[in-house]
Ligand binder design. Structure first.
Ligand code: ADP
Ligand code: MG
Length: 499
């Protein structure tokens, strides 16, 4: 074992988030750490990396007991972390990023030498199989490339253990392939990896063992060849997931939103549909079908070229998201960081950004003050947060998503648009988000959900609008919802046959 952690406890004020966790890593192993959002994965890794200090337990690294008080001590022992939030400085070059804080003046070079730095950078990038110009500015690289730069940076510290916290969430398929090639090359050099991810296929493809955390407990460690998806999922949630989609039983009311002949040149054309109170309308389609473009146009993130939008029969003029918000429209996107959440603010401040006026409409609030709203939302949505002042940044993805939803609940929405609301969210939080959606529908909110997951769209929707290449091909009723039907229209239906 290169690392053995035993009986690790950790609390944040009164909130105990790790409870006697055991975790160990072998040399050259790829070890997945899994668990629902809030299970304690990042906290455990931050303890290993010297960012947080444990309250109890022991940590052995390469056979000796350690007490890291600072990340530099862990780094000196060969432990490197690649965080969920990248540490790349956009205005610096690739080479400058690679050498940042590495105290070049202290090594044999004696001074900061750009030429030498570029050369050394080029070399270590090549070791990773990356042919990148070290003189490029970091901001001109894709997120995936930036991530690979972080890995190169870790390797330049001679890392023997590399911790990756949800690295692939922002990567394209090609970048994921490159990342995995790099990982495999390093594994052969006996570098160990701790890999935090929700992507089951990925984990089964590249990891050797999986450890599952649940509510701060270590539930168990399995060898990949001795386990399967279902077992891991039930370890994560502590229950079988037979009923993944809660049944709604909501009564569907009058038409709330009508979209008529909406068009944006080059993106989608002549789209018409309506959504009723209490209804969940799914929007399905393949990549490039124009689904996000459509809903972003309804909400005013994009300007429409043609068409009309009516809410409760009244024609709306939406030129900007603020116009939509004033009419009681809410928008939740997959990309919570740029739309919806101010990660540097506290959870409380994020919630305060919402307009609380219409809240009592749903009977969820007794007092319309901020603390009460916070309290109600945390309980109602089961947000795992220790107090109002905790920064939104420190929450897990699923919990961040719940804060965004809470914010929109605060405006008392007529209509809520959700664009891939559960992407990157673990199975348990997914189910909670589904429940919240149905709860809102039950209170008469009309809901539009864009989703690429067929089981999700079929499980949650009352009707599904299927798009293909910017055209609304078909609206399927509940009893017509099968994967085959949706795929038939998503791939163009009779459209291409007719041509
Ligand atoms: P995971 O990475 O498994 O999603 P985390 O380790 O991020 O989980 O969080 C575990 C719990 O610890 C959560 O309830 C989270 O709110 C809490 N937590 C994490 N970091 C902090 C912090 N800096 N202050 C207070 N609570 C925290
Ligand atoms: Mg985490």
């Amino acid at each position: 074992m290169i690392i053995t952690m035993k009986g690790i406890d950790k609390s944040f004020s009164t909130n105990q988030v790790l409870k006697g966790v055991d975790f160990s890593i072998e040399k050259g192993e790829m070890h997945a750490l899994m668990g629902e959002n809030g299970a304690g994965k990042s906290t455990l890794m931050k303890i290993l990396a010297g960012i947080y200090q444990r309250d109890a337990g022991t940590i052995e690294v390469k056979g000796k007991a350690v007490e890291y008080e600072h990340p530099s001590e862990a780094e000196a022992d060969g432990i490197a972390v690649i965080h969920q939030e990248l540490n790349i400085l956009p205005e610096l070059t690739v080479a400058e990023n690679l050498f940042l804080g590495k105290e070049l003046t202290k090594n044999r070079l004696g001074w900061l030498n750009n030429k030498e730095m570029n050369r050394a950078a080029k070399e270590s990038l090549k070791e990773l199989g990356l042919d990148l110009d070290p003189a490029l500015l970091a901001k001109d690289l894709s997120v995936g490339k930036q991530q690979l730069i972080e890995i190169a940076k870790a390797l330049m510290t001679n890392a023997e253990v590399i911790i990756m916290d949800e690295p692939t969430a922002a990567l394209t398929d090609r970048e994921i392939d490159t990342l995995f090639e790099v990982i495999n090359r390093l594994k052969r050099k006996d570098v160990s990896f701790i890999y935090i991810s929700h992507r089951m296929e990925e984990i089964f493809a590249i990891c050797d063992r999986i450890t599952v955390l649940r509510d701060g407990h270590s539930i168990g460690t399995k060898k990949i060849e001795e386990t399967n998806f279902d077992e891991i999922v039930s370890m994560m949630v502590g229950r079988q997931l037979g009923d993944r989609f809660p049944s709604s039983g909501t009564e569907i009311g009058e038409v709330k939103l009508t979209v008529s002949s909406l068009t944006r040149e080059g993106e989608f054309s002549d789209v018409s549909f309506d959504v009723k109170a209490g209804e969940i309308l799914g929007i399905s389609g393949l990549m490039g079908a124009g689904r996000s473009e459509l809903v972003e146009t309804i909400f005013g993130y994009r300007r429409q070229d043609k068409g009309s939008i009516y809410l409760n029969g009244e024609k709306l003029t939406i030129k900007h998201p603020q116009d939509a918000i004033e009419k009681g429209l809410g928008f939740i996107s997959e990309d919570r960081k740029s739309k919806g959440l101010v990660v540097d603010f506290s959870v409380g401040d994020n919630l305060n950004l919402a307009n609380l006026k219409a809240l009592s409409r749903y009977g969820w609030m007794l007092k319309q003050d901020e603390q009460a709203f916070y309290q109600t939302m945390v309980e109602r949505l089961n947000i795992r947060v220790s107090d109002r002042s905790q920064s939104a940044k420190s929450l897990s993805g699923g919990n961040q998503q719940k804060v965004v939803i809470a914010k929109w609940i605060g405006i008392g929405p007529n209509l809520l648009i959700l664009d891939e609301p559960t992407r990157g969210v673990d199975v348990g939080s997914k189910k909670e988000i589904y429940k919240i959606m149905q709860d809102l529908a039950g209170h008469g909110v009309a809901i539009i959900m864009v989703s690429s997951e067929l089981p999700e769209i079929i499980g949650m929707s009352d009707r599904v609008a299927v798009m293909c290449e910017g055209e609304l091909m078909k609206i399927l009723d509940k009893d017509e919802l099968t994967e085959e039907n949706i795929m038939h229209y998503a791939t163009g239906g009779e459209k291409h046959v007719r041509k």
